[in-house]
Design a protein around this ligand. Structure first.
Ligand code: HEM
Length: 527
């Protein structure tokens, strides 16, 4: 997910933006005269707001790698920090304990989402249940995902994942220097197959490009503070020709991408289904069980359309990011590669490749995969939850409407829970149960009623890729012209889903049997 520089977004510094802000500030001053505190209890602590009335902490808000600043605030003020920007209260949740108490424990009132008019209304991303408010309609969308991705059903997709991991190994053998492109194509192929029963045609696939264009437009627009219309929803009625309404042009482009994503892959899958050609997939599963989410066939068709459109958007970038983090982590810790390979050789031997059925007997490899989800967190600031009723936590008052930001990166780097958190150290999960820190999947996949419904598929995919690559290849830093290793820096992109900046590495087959093993597996698992 790359960053897009766009002058339409820098509303805080444009003359129009400042004029609108001034009008807004005056309106807020008037409103605040009539608004009193609802509780005598203190709000959670946080950085001091600006002396300029009502802008609150706007000037304190970081513009990149926000999770690191937020983690620093949590260190200074405590695990629950409150800030306010233009009247919107936000709580940064920096510890797994507080997230469990509030977002898991009281999920009945912590499961709403902020409105996001730019993405939801103007770009028509309401089809994405991940952005929908917590309503009865949302619950029916969620049912579709539960139906198609609960633990049991997710395991049914393992054979599709195995086929695609075998293709990945073959590609890594042929052109290891393109490892990042191969990982991307492998994830895309798996997701399209699981989601729609659709076989991608390589890196220029039409459906993948539709999904990527839509996804890029959405994540760029969804960044907190990117568009003033998210703070002043009435701006969505301002026409595109009005000076300063450049966001409408951005929204129109995003709307077009969103229409393609909702219509084109669905039409293809529906046609295959009607002709009796549909392969086993999430789409087919939903179509084969009418009434799974709604008694109204029209609503159900709408839900299937939305669910299949949202599948790629939520699954591809996230799984890919966790895999790139695994590779980067291995380059930084050659001893981990060695220990994992020793375990694989001892338990599996070198005359076959690992399968998901081996997971229980490979605890070190499993810990390597877990650590990939913790070392750098795919969605570092989680997806915001919105509090639906006033609440009190440890003597602090949190008013309804507060946006809760689960700083998942901060939680995964709590020194007291994960000592030396910046180190890639699988051993932290190889301790007696009584000393075991929380499994990173309890953080990386979010919380409560909004927890990621694709987590079982994602975990299977990550584990199988990690185990298979380690069984076949030695992973190490690329060499410069003088033959010296180039250790890639640990740079991560900003944005909703973060991933390592492009880096190079070496992947060399571990032994002479690797080529034959991959060929054999490709043949044995051919569809
Ligand atoms: C490593 C891979 C993945 C990671 C780290 C991840 C992480 C997350 C997180 C943090 C959330 C927000 C949870 C919250 O609000 O607290 C989420 C939501 C969601 N994820 Fe994933 N995800 C991954 C893969 C997937 C896959 C494979 C799918 C689809 C099969 C998927 C579908 C969704 C959907 C539909 C939501 C919205 C849930 C809701 O709002 O009710 N994700 N994911």
């Amino acid at each position: 997910m790359s960053e897009q520089s766009n002058s339409d977004q820098v509303w805080l510094t444009s003359p129009e933006g400042l004029a609108v802000m001034l009008a807004f500030t005056v309106a807020m001053v008037v409103a605040s005269l009539f608004k009193g505190r609802k509780s005598a209890l203190p709000y959670p602590p946080g950085p001091k707001p600006s002396r300029i009335p009502l802008i609150g902490n706007m000037m304190d808000m970081p513009s990149s790698q926000e999770w690191k600043t937020f983690a620093q605030w949590n260190k200074e003020h405590g695990p629950l920090v409150m800030v306010e920007v233009l009247g919107q209260k936000m709580c940064i949740v920096g510890s797994h304990k507080v997230a469990s108490d509030l977002l898991d424990g009281k999920s009945a009132i912590y499961s709403d989402r902020p409105a996001m008019p730019m993405v939801n209304d103007l770009m028509d991303w309401r089809f994405n249940m991940g952005l929908q408010p917590y309503t009865e309609s949302y619950k029916r969308h969620r049912k579709a995902f539960h139906h198609g991705f609960n633990k049991r059903v997710s395991d049914e997709y393992q054979y599709l994942q195995t086929v695609e991991v075998n293709n990945l190994l073959k590609n890594l053998l042929d052109s290891p220097e393109q490892f990042d492109g191969h990982l991307k194509d492998s994830v895309a192929a798996t997701i399209m197959m699981i989601g729609l029963g659709y076989k991608t045609t390589g890196s220029d696939d039409r459906f993948v490009s539709i999904a990527e264009s839509a996804q890029l437009a959405m994540v760029t627009a969804a960044r907190p503070g990117a568009f003033l219309v998210d703070v002043l929803p009435w701006l969505k009625h301002v026409p595109e020709w009005v000076p300063g309404a450049g966001f409408q042009k951005v929204a129109r482009r995003g709307w077009e991408f969103s229409q393609d994503l909702q219509k084109i892959p669905f039409a293809w899958a529906q046609q295959q289904y009607e002709q009796g050609l549909a392969q086993p997939s999430f789409f087919k599963k939903l179509r084969d069980t009418p009434g799974f989410a709604s008694e109204d066939p029209k609503e159900e068709e709408h839900i299937v359309r939305c669910a299949t459109a949202v599948m790629y958007a939520t699954a591809a970038d996230t799984i890919l990011s966790s895999m790139l983090t695994f590779v980067l982590g291995m380059i930084h810790t050659p001893h981990v590669v060695k220990l994992a390979q020793e375990e694989l050789d001892r338990v599996i031997g070198t005359d076959r490749l690992p399968t998901l059925a081996d997971r229980e007997s490979l605890p070190y490899v499993t810990a390597v995969a877990k650590e990939a989800l913790r070392w750098e967190v795919v969605i570092p600031m989680g997806v915001p939850h919105r509090l639906m009723e006033d609440d009190v936590y440890n003597g602090m008052f949190i008013p309804a409407g507060t946006v809760m930001i689960p700083n998942q990166w901060g939680m995964a780097h709590e020194e007291s829970v994960y000592p030396n958190p910046m180190e890639y150290r699988p051993e932290r999960f190889l301790v007696p149960t009584s000393q075991m820190p929380p499994d990173p999947n309890q953080i990386a996949f979010g919380f409560g009623r909004r927890i990621c419904p694709g987590r079982f598929v994602a975990e299977n995919q990550l584990w199988l890729t990690v185990a298979s690559i380690l069984a076949c290849f030695d992973i190490s830093a690329a060499l410069d012209a003088q033959g010296k290793p180039i250790l890639p820096p640990r740079d991560y992109t900003s944005g909703m889903a973060s991933r390592p900046a492009p880096f190079k590495c070496q992947m060399k087959p571990r032994h002479s049997m690797v080529k034959d093993l991959i060929a054999h597996n490709l043949e044995a698992n051919a569809p």
